[in-house]
Write a protein that binds this ligand. Structure first.
Ligand code: ATP
Length: 319
């Protein structure tokens, strides 16, 4: 019986478990064997591979993180590491690999593809930084987590008439800041894609205060090139408004996946197995205009991520 291997790689993202569950069960349904590879490419190199059946993925759909564990693997970036990984794939009799991870994991998958391994990639990252798909698995949950933080911070920010800077994840892609800021009514949204203007931010705070506004929330992506504590100090000096910082950090990675993330993960994994069954090779699977789509992996990795200027403009007008 042909065998499909599943691994999760890079930063964990809510919905990875939903993808693992769907991949295993769809594989078994289609007459494949299924196996799980522990700790991403690290575990692949070390042969940490176990058979999976219907029960091994029971009761995980609602859980954050990944039951297969994940890792960042420096060894996999070396020729020796990749060769060992390919050897393991051959010796465990794996015919195709489903890889759930971000941009880096997909680049790793491409290295396997170049050496003859059939890889199917699912966009598993909270960052939403992959150009070929409208959304990545975990992004929606991360935005909801930030939203909940915004509402808590707003209560205390209003009570004390403060400005609060909330720093969220996003080194190169500001989508978590953009979506949570727009949905949460933040006064200012700072993303790495756009230069920020501290004078405009301060002006907004003063105008807001003069019209009786008691809170001011600034959402700043971590990739925006200023330390949030320095920024708070600067704002306080220029406006006289007390300014605090909340760094959400890893809080954003965990938590039970939203329905959207579970459905996206499930649909992508289901599609991945169908593609393997039908003889496709090396595809990146995602969603565009609400439909599941797939592209040649190398082409998918070249697609640029569009930035939603209109979201930033709307947020600015409305705040
Ligand atoms: P996240 O978006 O959450 O950071 P990611 O998949 O982009 O997830 P990375 O740490 O960039 O996370 O990549 C995961 C792993 O993929 C790396 O630790 C490494 O083993 C492998 N990898 C990344 N880039 C390459 C590459 N160019 N060649 C080979 N392997 C790579």
């Amino acid at each position: 019986m042909p065998k499909i291997g599943i691994l999760t790689s890079g930063g964990d993202a809510p919905g990875m478990n939903a993808a693992v569950r769907a991949a295993v069960r769809t594989a078994l349904f289609n007459g494949f064997e299924a196996c799980g590879i522990e700790r991403g490419y690290e575990g692949l190199i070390d042969g940490e591979i176990r058979d999976m059946d219907v029960s091994s993925v029971a009761d995980i759909l609602h859980r954050g993180g990944t039951i297969l564990q994940t890792a960042r693997s420096d060894r996999f970036r070396t020729e020796e590491g990749i060769s060992k990984a390919v050897m393991m794939i051959q010796s465990f009799g794996i015919d195709a690999l489903i890889i759930v991870g971000g941009d880096g994991s997909m680049r790793g998958a491409l290295e396997l593809a170049k050496r003859g391994v059939n890889v199917m990639c699912l966009p598993g990252t909270i960052d939403n930084d992959l150009g070929y798909t409208d959304f990545t698995i975990g992004f929606d949950t991360a935005v909801h987590t930030v939203l909940s933080a915004i509402s808590n911070v707003r209560d205390t920010s209003s009570s004390h008439e403060r400005t609060t800077i909330i720093e969220v994840m996003g080194r190169h892609c500001g989508d978590i800041a953009l979506y949570s800021g727009l949905a949460g009514g933040a006064e200012s949204i700072l993303v790495p894609e756009k230069p920020y203007d501290i004078s405009a931010i301060c002006k907004k705070i003063i105008i807001g205060r003069n019209r009786g506004k008691r809170h001011n929330i600034i959402i700043k992506a971590e990739g925006v090139d200023i330390d949030p504590f320095d920024m708070a100090k600067l704002i306080q000096e220029r406006t006289g408004v007390e300014s605090k910082v909340v760094v959400l950090s890893y809080l954003q990675r965990g938590g039970s996946p939203t329905a959207n993330d579970r459905i996206l993960a499930t649909s992508c994994a289901y599609k991945a197995v169908e593609l393997i069954r039908d003889g496709s090779r090396n595809r990146a699977i995602g969603i565009a205009a609400n439909e599941i789509v797939h592209f040649d992996l190398a082409d998918a990795l070249k697609m640029a991520q569009p930035f939603r200027e209109n979201y930033l403009a709307m947020a600015d007008v409305l705040s």
